[in-house]
Design a binder for this molecule. Structure first.
Ligand SMILES: Cc1ncc(COP(=O)(O)O)c(C=O)c1O
Length: 355
């Protein structure tokens, strides 16, 4: 078996979930597990959260929803953030008891035609201007005519990770104003992880929707919640070799050996989701020693300078996790941690561990 593994700590996941529940007070935690639980492995993450009491989950679409339903009992609510895209999705929503978000009249008509009799969320624009509606009244009326229940109204903050940004307060106010006009009370939901970390409890409403924080990644460095990182990405050294002064390493001969050195060939590359941008600039960690990535990251391999280390063939090195935060790596790469964890390919094994 190719030793390229994302270890998933279920204990840390459960810890983060309980911490978020505690912080959220009376608001229900809707666990965001889309995109294969942000790359962590839906089959590990969802049942673990369910066992720890979570009964509300969110994924992107009906295919993800159907996959999730197979992992969970009937009493779990499964919300589809992107709603439905066609008749097949509407049918899946009926068959798997899914709760789509709707943003267009045709979504409601399509659901009705497929015999949908359950509930939907309406997603309203308060400033994000992404997939949402400015005509919530139209959707509301349409749901009533179609006999479709409205589970709740949600909106999404554009700048929650910048707590001082004026758009946050504007969005909260616009959301409150919409809520005050509803003909009957339904659930309200506004906050993602960063919102929970930074906004006051008055903005929690009935349901909060953390994704990132569940996986132990701090949404706002300056407002840490003391989460525990869930994923640790490791791969094994599969060969150690000596290279001589003047030789080059890997494709493009971008690294020329200055002084004879030992290099470790590691079984991970960009075909697994290790960013190629780490060529000649990233680090892997072995027993808290930092080993520089030298030469270009290949599809299946990367190469480390291990001259100063007693690392052996068969030893595992860490690329992120266990104290080497995916957030700091993301910062180095000028990206966000979401892209790194969701970028892990399916050939990377997700191995659930209890610690
Ligand atoms: C509508 C909605 N709510 C909540 C989330 C969760 O966000 P986060 O992972 O930042 O907590 C997302 C993620 O993209 C989202 O699209």
């Amino acid at each position: 078996m190719r030793p390229t593994i994302a270890y998933i700590s279920l204990d840390n996941l459960a810890y983060n979930y309980h911490l978020l529940c505690e912080k959220s007070g009376d608001a229900e935690v809707m666990a965001v597990v889309k995109a294969n639980a942000y790359g962590h492995g839906l089959e590990h993450v969802a049942p673990c959260l369910y066992q720890h009491g979570c009964r509300s989950f969110a994924v992107t679409d009906a295919c993800e929803g159907a996959e999730l339903r197979r992992l969970l009992d009937k009493d779990a609510k499964i919300t589809l953030f992107s709603g439905i895209f066609d008749d097949d999705d509407a049918k899946l929503s009926v068959d798997y008891d899914l709760t789509p978000v709707v943003t267009e009249i045709w979504h409601i008509n399509c659901l009705q035609q497929q015999g949908f009799q359950a509930a939907v969320w309406l997603k309203v624009n308060t400033g994000m201007n992404r997939l949402d509606t400015t005509d919530w009244q139209g959707l509301w009326e349409c749901c009533q005519h179609a006999g479709i229940r409205i589970e709740g109204i949600m909106s999404h903050l554009a700048c929650a990770d910048i707590p001082e940004h004026p758009l946050n307060q504007q969005q909260v106010q616009i959301f409150q104003s919409i809520l005050s006009k509803l003909p009957v009370q339904v659930h309200a939901s506004l906050l993602n992880s960063a919102g929970i970390a930074a906004l006051p409890p008055t903005s929690y409403f009935d349901v909060v929707r953390p994704g990132l924080a569940l996986y132990g990644i701090e949404p706002i460095e300056a407002a840490p919640m003391n989460l525990k990182e869930v994923m640790c990405l490791k791969a094994k050294v599969i060969q150690i070799r000596k290279v001589q002064q003047g030789q080059s390493i890997s494709y493009g001969a971008s690294y020329i050996v200055g002084k004879a050195m030992n290099i470790a060939v590691v079984s991970i590359g960009y075909g697994d989701g290790l960013p190629r941008e780490l060529s000649n600039s990233g680090l892997a960690f072995y027993e808290n020693q930092a080993l520089p990535i030298i030469g270009r990251v290949c599809m299946d391999y990367c190469l480390l300078n291990c001259s100063e280390s007693d690392i052996q063939t068969g030893d595992e090195v860490i690329f992120w996790g266990e104290g080497h935060s995916v957030s700091s790596l993301a910062k180095q790469l000028n990206t966000i941690p979401y892209t790194l964890t969701t970028g892990l390919q399916s050939r990377v094994k997700r191995k659930a561990i209890q610690v």
